[in-house]
Ligand binder design. Sequence first.
Ligand SMILES: *Cc1c(COP(=O)(O)O)cnc(C)c1O
Length: 745
Amino acid sequence: MSKLTHEIISTNSNHLADEDFDLQQMISSNQFGTFFGVSQKVLDTVWKNLTSPEGNSVTYISMEIGADLDVFHPVTNRLNQLKITEHPDKQLHSFIQSFLNGPVKIPNYGGGLGILAGDTLKSMADCKIPAIAVSLLYHKGYFSQLVDSKIGQVVWSSDWQPENTPGLYLLKNPKNPAEPILIDVPFYDKNNVKCSAVAKIWIKMEISENLEFFIPQVLLDYQTPDSPDWIKDASQHLYDSSSEKVKATQRRLLGAGVAPALKALGITSKTIHLNEQHGVAVVMALIADNLQAKYGADYERQCNDQDIIDAARAVSEKIVFTIHTPVKAGHDRFAIEIYKDLVSSFCERVLNLIARDEENPSFYNFTSLAMKINRTTNSVSRIHKEVTRKQFPQYADKITAITNGVHHLTWVSDAKAELFDTFTELANWREDPSVFAGAKVLLSNNKFRTYFQHAWAEDSKTLIDYVNRMLLTHRNQRLETWIDPPNYLSYLDGEQSTLNPNHFTLGFARRFSTYKRADLIFEDIDRLAAIITENNWPVNFIYAGKAHPSDDPGKELIKNILAIQEELFKKSNGLARLVFIPGYDMLIAKMMVAGSHAWLNSPKRPLEASGTSGMKAAMNGIPNLSIMDGWWEEGYHDGKTGWKFGYENPISTEYINEQPSSLLYEEDSSSFYQVFTEVLATFYDPIRHDQYLDKSIMNLIHNCPIFNTHRMVAEYVSRYNISLPKAVQEKINKFSKLYCSEQSD
Ligand SMILES: *Cc1c(COP(=O)(O)O)cnc(C)c1O
């Protein structure tokens, strides 16, 4: 147990009355249910904000939200601090048990977009921003990944039980509390006959670190007896792309579900934030509302085309849109034919007016629609702003940059958090990540330097122990299952079959998509092996990541990584050991970004709109070794915080494509080998090692204050149409003053 938790416990443990008091402070209820983690006062305040007649709140819409409780769990922390494991009150007891022992992973995210959403909501909770999120609940989640040495990625369905998940509540119908509240979401067939999709509403609470605020995530669950089978099928798996119709249906289940859900709960938000265009169907309902206000119930027949365009313009004022990628697969186009089977003829009329694809008129383009219908469009880094302006020149004026961040309390490892708690220079870092900016003195503080290295070593050991256990498990499973261990090391014996935590460890974990170029640094294995053997510098390469099940080139990349392992091992005389960790998720991400010695990012510039795993590394003081793309152009600070490599092409249309022939392998990889030699020399040379440590600590000073979601949310708030209490606004101002994504310096 850490020193700090111990102190907190000792001040509480002899006051039984205090404990009871605290627990009563952790339960609350309203007409929709009973919730654990916040007090009645907090629940009432949050709900009052969200239902205020002024509409002073934001609704945040995202296809996926990743906020696993095994990496950030303020409620469980509080129970642990109070050493509470049971309670005479039956209901409290069952909540306590569920938070202490229940399943904690919710496979409701696929990758970066979802984790950004989760981090955003957690920072909104910490900063007390009145907001609510809407997403879908996928009973089979995103797929689980197994990896076989020959087959590569094997897809596995991830069943989970929402009813057994702490922090997740099925809302009751206030009129009939024995039943869940249900909403009706309109769908129509070819003949314009209505058939309703019916959803239950779950709430997951994103509770602030101090339990004083929360953001509800509304998760729409279409697995109800009244939903037609094709609707149920389309809502089981996140990013199901088994057909274009299923894909279009899933998007619509999100967007068209927003208005009925908000109405059922009485939520009045006057700002809607679209996290990517997936939920853009929400604007159709808002346009209909607008027309109905003008023409009454018969608006469909009464209104003319100009009315519709005017209504769309009025609706734009409510929408804030964040675009996340210049990559084509991330943009939504659907054939008009498919849409005829889903929506009313009036909805078709609206789409024909505002959503026709310019290049191909038999398609609707929903990315363009989202670009059009908003008050402001935000890209996710400065470089991505330039890219987006090139891609959508007609909207260039309203495209601004708000560089992404990560929730520092989620991503700083326990060992580093304990270190930060120990130094008064960093007092209050949990509440206020900007304090790192004022802590330059730590760079020359020998005690800090020593403690920092100890914490780092502890994190490396956690990561390497995990990998070694995994290698052994795979080896043992060889006889029991048909899955062959994915890693070459599982087939070796003794010392050769493990990694050493003292060896330099390079981490790489991302979605396996061709433009991210997971195999870039293995372009010339002989050269890589020579750098390592000539200098006797052992290196662990640790890789992880999923490829979307229908992304065949992405799956090939995983196979390539596995195929390289043996060759690299042999050519480097066993000094270079490449390991792939299957099943990339937030827990694995957290171990990797804290336990590596450098974090690798090798995308084709300028296609990595932001990238957030490198920010998570930076929060732990891990230097990045990256192509000058996404956030790194802002986080690099002339090399004070890490290294760059690769060709810095101009940001022009010519480079904004993912054609295999344009992936610029050679030029980028050859510069990698030069820089990597430098990185290893700095790490392994006992005299130069101090410079390595400087770069690490510079990450805390320069990057922690900026690339966190508190600062990002502060910038977003300026785009929202909401007013905040003075104290909240002051806190926010402090973060947004520190950095302005818009300025280029
Ligand atoms: C952070 C994270 C991502 C996104 O990382 P990028 O650097 O943006 O590619 C994806 N998956 C998991 C599990 C993560 O934690």
